[in-house]
Design a protein around this ligand. Sequence first.
Ligand code: SAM
Length: 362
Amino acid sequence: MTLFTFRGVKSHGWTFYDHIKFDMNSNALLDSQGRSVRYIRISVTDRCNLRCQYCVPSADFVNLGHDRILSYEEIVRIVRIFAPRGVTSVRITGGEPLVRKHLERLVTSLSEIPEIKDLSLTTNGILLGKSARALKSAGLSRVNISLDTLKPERFEWITNQSEVAEKTSLDDVLEGLRASREAGLDPVKINVILMRGFNDDELMDFVALTEENEFEVRFIEFMPIGHNGFWTADRVITADETISRLNSFCDGLESLGKGRGAGPARRYRFPGHRGTLGFITPISSEFCVECNRIRLTSDGHIRTCLFSDVETDLLAMMRNGCTDDQVVAAVEKGLTVKPRGHNISKTGHQPTCARTMSHIGG
Ligand code: SAM
């Protein structure tokens, strides 16, 4: 429960933000800025069945062995420790989470934790056609499907099909989208990174997906993280630029404010469309002041910020027999150095980040 908030004022070189909320839950996991942790993103594997140009390292990258990955039991233990301390949302991600066997077993166990009210999945959608129904039955509420192009030949190129063992196609993802809707996962969001010169000419094709379908198509600003050979400042298209392009194509784009769930998206809709558009703006408008999330990497490290390499190794602690209280104490210590903001910008400072997105869990 919120007790009070600060107004945003600048004074003596310090900025006090009006979003900072103090939590009356005395057990709450708080960082040194007073932000409480409500949301954990869990990477269940560093493996992926795609090799996206901007995300996954090249073929000679060695994946972690099975024994260096958290077991489902260890993941559930961590969430059980955090849940009474205010964590209510869990997102399963990767790597590609659906390449890990029996993911529905993890979903079932997490959905049985009473405090967890929101259980979601981020996936490339390739394997969803086969698994959406089982995941929904196991207790998954909603899904985000990453899809950067609606053109088959571009899909083949951006996902680097020449380097993957088992070839897949855009049709597999479209089948995953359809299966998710049919299974009753709600909402189904489509994550698109707009990259100048690659897919920005498809903007209205993505908008068209919202005409007949209740999808939320979310445009994410391209971040300088991951397999960065592909990132350049020129490729970044900010939300403002995208919105102004949309306004030049069509009248009536209406702002809907913030979206469902714990995310930072600004939402819009075209009149008469069943679905919505969302904009995630890590580059043009940092939302760190509202950050309520931590990440658990597939090898069991807690990262309090996507862009900070300061990590707490829970896997080693747990395998050495630590208590739940020791886990909490270690995470609280990590939270004391959670950065106030990442300060990345389109042309300016770029964070150094030793891990790839596929390792951290996007
Ligand atoms: N394999 C799953 C998928 O494709 O959704 C989950 C992992 S993937 C790392 C999660 C998300 O991170 C995807 O939506 C991907 O597009 C996004 N991502 C990866 N690199 C990114 C970057 N440099 N900037 C913005 N988003 C990025």
